[in-house]
Every structure is written in structure tokens, then in C-alpha cells.
Ligand binder design. Structure first.
Ligand SMILES: [Ca+2]
Ligand SMILES: [Ca+2]
Ligand SMILES: [Ca+2]
Length: 401
């Protein structure tokens, strides 16, 4: 007993820090804050709440995100989320509606108002605006923003922000991050607070109303003033964020709406490039000049390339262009349609934005769309696909016919 005590006393301050501030226990805290949106990120330790939390906090309880997504939250089933009485109220509360329309693959976010925001400016007020992100995903590619309301701590926005191309798959695993910031003309805008809503809490075509407290942000960035220990945590959290995206998942670069139809009369595949949404910005002006290229792989006679026209300075281009591939259905079944989106640049090589491959070697929606098209000749099937920073290795994976 005494010996042990002696050992403990011998621990120097660095070791003490390593034990108590080591990244290990932080790991699950961040995940919990994702799924217990009314709680603070747990950095102050004073916001104690749910009884089951400590179980999740077991050191290095590295539950895969899927397991946590499957867990029930205390709020589940409640149609209206209301105020919480803990200290996070100091940041203010945000009222908003979310509605997922499955038929049109759109997520409608109505940002209504905030109350009692934390003062951010010298005049004791703030100039708040709301930013939306879908996580995980490229920040730039899926950021939406309200207008700024000036000199108020109780702003009313009543603005509808809409995400296009949101599939049922997205709803099951994505998290909507809603952050409130203070606009500053002369310096950087400042973060006030945020709320994270796992989209699986939404029921299709049912508007859900939220009125909840803003939370502090998990410090992902590491300012130079941070101690070495905190920098360690920050790196660890970044790693965690990557882990949350799943080892096999690639960075998202936007969405594309494609239409496929095999014409039994013309004996060929009609590919429709309808439009893209939330593309990643590849130019310094915050936009891209997108165009779409398609190939049918394996491309034996090098004739399968098609290109749309370029749409200038937009992240949500509408193309409505169609390409025809003259081919027997049986041959087509062995092929992969490669769709890539590019940013046209003058005077230098164009930037790759993102791509998707549809075919027998693809996965998920890309595979389903392809096989449904082959199985239902003459039906025009229009579906959204996620563009990623790298093409899935489907192209050319199968032996050519
Ligand atoms: Ca301000
Ligand atoms: Ca560019
Ligand atoms: Ca460009």
C-alpha cells in the first residue's frame, strides 16, 4: 500500500500530464458530443449529464462509428428538442427546422432564429450568421450560409438552405453541423457555438423542429499558444476525424445527378449528365468552371470519351446533356462508366474535382444504378451519386469482353 503510494508520488509533472491529458480518454468524448448534441464537448468537465456516459468513456473504447450510430440517444423519438439548463446556455440557443424529402433527395434546413447569443463585439452585441456543413465531407464542397444579422444577440433569419443530392445512405451516416459565427469587418469572423445533428434522427418527409443550446467547439485547429499536450490532443482528434470517415472512404467533392437508359430500339446506352451540386471550389474566387467527361471502360478503340460544355463560375452547374453509347446489352454488362468532373482553367492544366464509376465492380448506389439500368431496358433512371477525390478502382477491374 505504502509502496504504491510512493510510486504515485514519484510521478513527475510531465508524466502526470501524460496520464491525465493523454489523448486516449479524449477520443470517445468527441464521439459522444456528436450524438448527445445538447451536451458541451466535455472540456470543462462541469457539464455532467447522462448516467451512461462514463461507460462510453472507458479508455480507448474505440467503438466504430457505426456502433455509436446504432446506439439510442436520450433524445430519440422526441419531435421537439427544447432548452437544456446546463451552462452551455451561456452561448445562446438556436431554433431551426429540418426536413428530408426522399423523393427529390433534398435536405431542407430552415434557420429560424437564435436567442441570447454570447456578446462578441465591443458594443456588447454580435453580427451573427449561420453556417452549415455535412460531416464527414469536404468542407468547401458542402458549406451553406445564411445572411448576417447586424448588432443583435437575438437574430431572426428565417432562411431556407437546401442540400441537393442527399441519398438515404447519407441520411443514415451523415451529421449536419450547424455553427453560429460573428461577422467582423476588420478581423477574422469569430465562432460562437455549434450544434451537431445526426441525420438519422430525421424521418423522411417529416419536418422536425429543434430549439437547442449551442455548444463550444472541439478544438481541432492548434493555435501556436497551445501547450504541447493540447497539440497532441488536437492531432489525435484530427486522426479521429479521419477515422470517422472510415478507412476506405475517400474525400467527397460534390454530387452529380446522372440519368441512365438502355434503349432496346437503338441498341445502346443513353447517358444523361443532368447537373451537379455542392462541387468543391477549385479556383481562388471560391468557385469552379465545371465540365463533365465520361468514358466507357475498358475503352478498347479509344472512342468512348464524351465531354459536356463548360459552365462558368458555379458550384451547382446544370448541364442537361446526353451521350449515346452504341452497344449490345451483353457487352455493356461487362463495362464500367467512368464519370469525372473537372474545373476548366485558362493557361494551365484543368483541375480534377471528383469522379464516380458505375459498373459491376462499383459499390453501393453506383453499382445498383448500373445493374438496375441493365435489368430495366427503356426505363430512364435518374439518380444522385457522390463524387470523390479519387476514382474507385472499378475502371478496368474486370476482364474485357
Ligand atoms: Ca462582429
Ligand atoms: Ca482552378
Ligand atoms: Ca477554373
Amino acid at each position: 500500500m505504502r509502496g504504491r503510494r510512493g510510486d504515485r508520488m514519484a510521478i513527475n509533472i510531465q508524466e502526470h500530464m501524460a496520464i491525465n491529458v493523454c489523448p486516449g480518454p479524449i477520443r470517445p468524448i468527441r464521439q459522444i458530443s456528436d450524438y448527445f448534441p445538447r451536451r458541451g464537448p466535455g472540456l470543462e468537465g462541469g457539464g455532467g449529464g447522462f448516467g451512461e456516459a462514463p461507460a462510453h468513456l472507458a479508455p480507448l473504447a474505440l467503438a466504430p462509428p457505426a456502433a455509436l450510430l446504432g446506439a439510442t440517444t436520450p433524445e430519440e423519438g422526441a419531435e421537439v428538442d427544447s432548452y437544456d439548463s446546463d451552462d452551455t446556455t451561456a452561448l445562446g440557443t438556436l431554433e431551426f427546422d429540418l426536413l428530408y424529402d426522399q423523393a427529390s433527395c433534398t435536405l431542407h434546413c430552415s434557420i429560424l432564429r437564435a436567442k441570447g447569443l454570447k456578446p462578441m463585439d465591443f458594443n456588447g452585441l454580435a453580427d451573427p450568421y449561420v453556417k452549415l456543413h455535412l460531416l464527414p465531407g469536404a468542407c468547401k464542397a458542402n458549406k451553406l450560409k445564411t445572411k448576417t444579422q447586424r448588432n443583435t444577440l437575438n437574430p431572426v433569419w428565417n432562411e431556407d438552405l437546401t442540400y441537393s443530392g442527399i441519398t438515404v445512405d447519407d441520411i443514415t451516416h451523415k451529421v449536419l453541423r450547424i455553427s453560429v459565427c460573428d461577422e467582423d469587418k476588420l478581423s477574422h469572423n469569430e465562432f460562437i457555438g455549434e450544434i451537431r445533428v445526426p441525420l438519422r434522427r430525421l424521418k423522411p418527409s417529416q419536418k422536425k423542429h429543434f430549439n437547442i443550446c449551442l455548444e463550444r467547439q472541439v478544438p481541432l485547429a492548434s493555435p501556436s499558444s497551445m501547450s504541447a499536450a493540447l497539440r497532441g490532443i488536437s492531432c489525435y482528434l484530427k486522426e479521429l476525424e479521419q477515422a470517422e470517415q472510415g478507412p476506405g472512404l475517400l474525400e467527397e467533392r460534390g454530387r452529380i445527378l446522372l440519368s441512365l437508359s438502355y434503349s432496346s430500339r437503338r441498341r445502346g446506352l443513353l447517358v444523361g449528365i443532368v447537373r451537379c451540386a455542392h462541387l468543391a471550389a477549385m479556383d481562388v474566387n471560391g468557385y469552379s468552371d465545371p465540365y463533365v467527361k465520361t468514358y466507357l471502360r475498358p475503352d478498347v478503340d479509344k472512342k468512348s470519351k464524351h465531354k459536356t460544355c463548360v459552365k462558368k463560375k458555379t458550384l451547382n452547374p446544370e448541364f442537361n446533356e446526353e451521350f449515346f453509347y452504341d452497344m449490345e446489352l451483353s457487352t455493356l454488362a461487362t463495362k464500367t462508366l467512368e464519370v469525372t468532373v473537372w474545373d476548366y482553367d485558362i493557361g494551365k492544366s484543368n483541375d480534377f474535382i471528383g469522379g464516380v464509376s458505375l459498373g459491376p465492380g462499383a459499390r453501393g448506389e453506383a453499382r445498383r444504378h448500373w445493374s438496375d439500368c441493365l435489368q430495366q431496358p427503356d426505363a430512364a433512371l435518374e439518380r444522385w451519386h457522390t463524387l470523390t477525390s479519387q476514382l474507385p478502382p472499378a475502371a478496368g477491374a474486370l476482364p474485357s469482353a
